[in-house]
Structures are given as C-alpha cells and as structure tokens.
Design a protein around this ligand. Sequence first.
Ligand SMILES: Cc1cc2nc3c(=O)[nH]c(=O)nc-3n(C[C@H](O)[C@H](O)[C@H](O)COP(=O)(O)OP(=O)(O)OC[C@H]3O[C@@H](n4cnc5c(N)ncnc54)[C@H](O)[C@@H]3O)c2cc1C
Length: 381
Amino acid sequence: MKDVIVVGGGPAGAALAYRLAARGLSVLLLEKSSVPRFKSCAGGITRKAVRELNFDLSPLIEEEISRFIFTANLEHPVEAATREAAVYTVSREKFDAFLLMKAASAGAEVITGAAVRKIERQGRAFLVRADSGRYRGKIIAGADGARSMVARSFGLEGARIHGTTLECHLAPPPGKEGRFRGTIHVDYGLLRQGYAWLFPKGSSLSLGAGALPGSPGEIRSALKKLQEALELERAELLLPARGWLLPFQPALRRLHDGAVLLLGDAAGLVDPFTGEGIYNALRSARLAEKVIVEEIRRPSPNLRRYSDLVRKEMGPELAAAWRLVRLLSGRASLYHQLLQRHPQFAAGFLELLSGECGYPQFLRRCLKLLLSEGLYLPQRR
Ligand SMILES: Cc1cc2nc3c(=O)[nH]c(=O)nc-3n(C[C@H](O)[C@H](O)[C@H](O)COP(=O)(O)OP(=O)(O)OC[C@H]3O[C@@H](n4cnc5c(N)ncnc54)[C@H](O)[C@@H]3O)c2cc1C
C-alpha cells in the first residue's frame, strides 16, 4: 500500500511526487505515456515558475527571453525589454522528463506507459487499475491534465471552461535565426479573446494561437496571419499544427473529495490572462505537499484544507486575472493603447511574468491608466 498515488507525470504530478518522496512518503506515480513524451506547449517558464523549483534548470534552457514585441492586429509594434530574463523557454519533452527523473531519484516509484483506467474506493484506501497493473494507495493526487479522469471519477470537474489552442513548430529560416532569438512575439488583436504567439526555443520556433472561446477556423487563421507577418510562410515545418485544451476555473470550487485532490491542469488552474499553466501547476504541488504531509498521519486523511489553501493563496491572483480578462474582452486595442502609451505599463507586464508584481497590483495599474485616459468608466451599482 502506497501513501500516495499520483496520476499523471507532467510538471504538477512530477513536482508533487518529488516533494512527497523527499519528505519520506511512499509515492507511486503512474504516467500514461512513455517518456519523453510530446506535450503541446510553447515551453515558456516564467521566472516565478523557476523559483518554485529548487533545481538548476540551466542545462534545459533553450532561450532566455528578455524582449517582448506586442502588436494589435499585426500593427503598431510595442517593444518591452528587461535586463534579466522574465521567461525561459524549454523543450517540454526534456523538461518533463527531467522532473520525473528528479521524482524518481528522490525515491518515488515512477511507472510510465501506465494509463489509469479506474479508481475505486476500498474501505479507507483506493484501488487503482492501470495498464501496468493494480495498486493500492491511501491518497490519490489527480495530476492528469486537461481531460482529467480523476476529476471526472470523483465529480470534481466544477464549472470549468476550456480554451482552444493550435500550435506548430517551425525551424528558424537559415540566416535569420538572430531575428527571433530571445524575443517573444504576441499579437492581441487577431482573436477576440486570446492571442497569437511566437516563442523561440533554440533550434525551433513555437508558433501558435489560443482563444477562450474560439472556433478552430478563427484560431487557424490567426496563426497563419502571424506566420505571414513574421515572414515565416516558407519556414520548414518541424511539427504540424496540433490542437489542445487550456482548462480554466472561473470560480475556484472544491478541489478535493475526501482523500482525493486535483492539481495543475486537472484542477483547471491555468492563468486565464496569459495562458500560463506551469507556474500554477508547480504552486498547487507545493500546497498539496503541505496538506498531504499533515493528513497522511491520520487514519482517514481528509484534504479539505488543500481546497481552502488553494482558494486563499491562489484565489486572489486568479480572480484579478479573470477581472482583467473580462475588462479587456473583445477590447484588445484598449490594452494595446496602454502598452503603447505607457512604457512603464509594458514593463509592468514583464514584472507580472517574473513575479515581481502580482495580478491585483497589475489590475489596479491597468484600471488607473484606463480611467486617467478616459478609456474606462466604472459601472455604477
Ligand atoms: C498550446 C499550448 C501552449 C502552452 N504554453 C505554455 C507556456 O508557454 N507556459 C506555460 O506555463 N504553460 C503553457 N501551457 C499550459 C501548460 O502546458 C499546462 O498548464 C501544463 O502542462 C500543466 O501541467 P500538468 O502537470 O497539470 O498537466 P500536463 O502537463 O498536461 O500533464 C498531465 C500528464 O498526465 C498524463 N495522463 C493523462 N491521463 C492519464 C491517465 N489516465 N493515467 C495516467 N497518466 C495520465 C498525461 O500523459 C500527462 O503527461 C500551454 C498549453 C498549450 C495547450
């Protein structure tokens, strides 16, 4: 019998397995895919996400990003730069495999090619049926991503909504590599509620678009337009465009059911303003560790405090991010005007990514500027 069975070996599951094993708990992590595995992702790891991990990530870093170019409908480019990188890019295949290796070296048992099919309660424990066999555990941690079977099995899907994304990988055109190095391009106007991006990852470029919500046709068209604007129509296609989901929870509900909890994408913790998911996946792993280590000593662990902790520690950030999304929904040009007219506001966005400024503060700055420019009228109650 394991103390904890972690379902899913992405950043959330691997980080939790590492933390719990390092605290002396017996941990089994079951990952559906063989590793390294592909994950649709631009591979941007913000400075605040790096701080959540106590590892030297330098061998994994493909690029240090200290320059952003924002456009609105491919026009009016605004540049924001920092002295220190605000974001690093990685290959998710290598990054996720590295985290799993860390979990295993801390003492977690990691089984790959082990899709979990069913989880049943058996008295105070759980029986997990996976492709690789059957296992018993006292606590189940669902870190199985956007289509979480753990969330479905325990009625924990809440009121989540899914954003739609499309992403492909291109080779930087020979001789033009330098143009893309260290720079992220973001266009806010091509999609009503979303953005198109280009993230450089060493020998490849992640070109993508995502919206909340958005039709596949609109998203594909935004991706194509950004590709043309960046003169990448003839760039070698390293990986064809693939779609995937971004799970969001507009209102944080219960993320536990007795001795079961959800983290990362399985809990719908993606940041609705930027689409960043790795930071909140790692953060939720840290909060889950805290509660599991306390509860594992009890005969019947109850992970209620985890739901409370996530609401308390991550709720205000996510709520302010949602306010920004609603404020700017369909009004990308407003946001872009602020970036254009106020270089300190553009710099504030990079502070947000690096964690030097939180969402409530960033939202206040945004509202203040919109009010001072007469671009926003607060609604009367
Ligand atoms: C196109 C795109 C671009 C993105 N870009 C960024 C970015 O630049 N920066 C950023 O921070 N975030 C980005 N995200 C979000 C980010 O990828 C996710 O938020 C992050 O991967 C969440 O980590 P996780 O561990 O919760 O889930 P995942 O990384 O999805 O891991 C879940 C794991 O569970 C496994 N699994 C699923 N079902 C089962 C099962 N039944 N049994 C066992 N294992 C199972 C899966 O194989 C997978 O390995 C992007 C997302 C998309 C779609």
